[in-house]
Design a protein around this ligand. Structure first.
Ligand SMILES: [Zn+2]
Length: 198
């Protein structure tokens, strides 16, 4: 039991196994390969959790619905507000359903974040909610745009720039796409020599 608890909560800096490949290749892939009811199940669970009273904070003033949570995820297109990783996977669990270690894929697991912590007086106002990967949500010191550890995954997505706080805002915008974590989308066709025309 102690061993399980230790493996569930890995501190930043603790070596973790190589992450498995991402479950979803992109936000669109997530939408295509999950059903609406599957997605809503997780939204209801997140809303229920956010509506609970906690040991050190009373019941929130605003009650969230599953649809509220979905709006947060959809606005972020599943990206973590801090590192920008596509965070739509769920926590891994064992065959018995028991939670298991998740640190190696922590940047791919989605979670509802209270920007201003509930413990510090933050409430369930929509303006106080963000979508964050579980790693950034758990360890504020680990909030680094485009971090590649803990399974961080940044698929390119035309026309959408994750709303992370710094480097990405100055990323290279071209009509062909944008730069994400050093990976540049293919240039526009107009930049490619048109040998066939000569
Ligand atoms: Zn993150």
């Amino acid at each position: 039991m102690g061993e399980l608890a230790a493996s569930k909560w890995q501190m930043p800096g603790t070596p973790v196994p190589e992450p498995p490949p991402p479950t979803f290749a992109s936000w669109m892939d997530y939408l295509q390969r999950t059903t609406r009811s599957e997605r809503m199940v997780r939204c209801y669970a997140a809303a229920k959790k956010a509506n609970r009273k906690r040991l050190l904070s009373g019941a929130p003033n605003n009650r969230l619905s599953g649809a509220d949570v979905w709006n947060v995820i959809e606005a972020a297109r599943g990206r973590c507000a801090h590192c920008g990783s596509l965070a739509v996977e769920s926590r891994p669990s064992s065959l018995t359903g028991a939670p298991i270690a998740w640190a190696q894929v922590g940047r791919r697991i989605g979670s509802l974040e209270h920007v201003h912590w509930r413990f510090g007086g933050g409430d369930n106002d929509l303006s106080n909610l963000a979508w964050a990967c579980l790693w950034c949500n758990t360890w504020p010191s680990e909030r680094r745009p485009h971090a590649l550890d803990h399974g961080g995954f940044y698929p390119s997505e035309r026309g959408f720039l994750p709303d992370v706080n710094m480097a990405v805002r100055t990323a290279d915008h071209g009509d062909a796409g944008f730069t994400v974590m050093g990976w540049t989308a293919p240039r526009a066709a107009s930049n490619v020599p048109r040998w066939s025309l000569s």
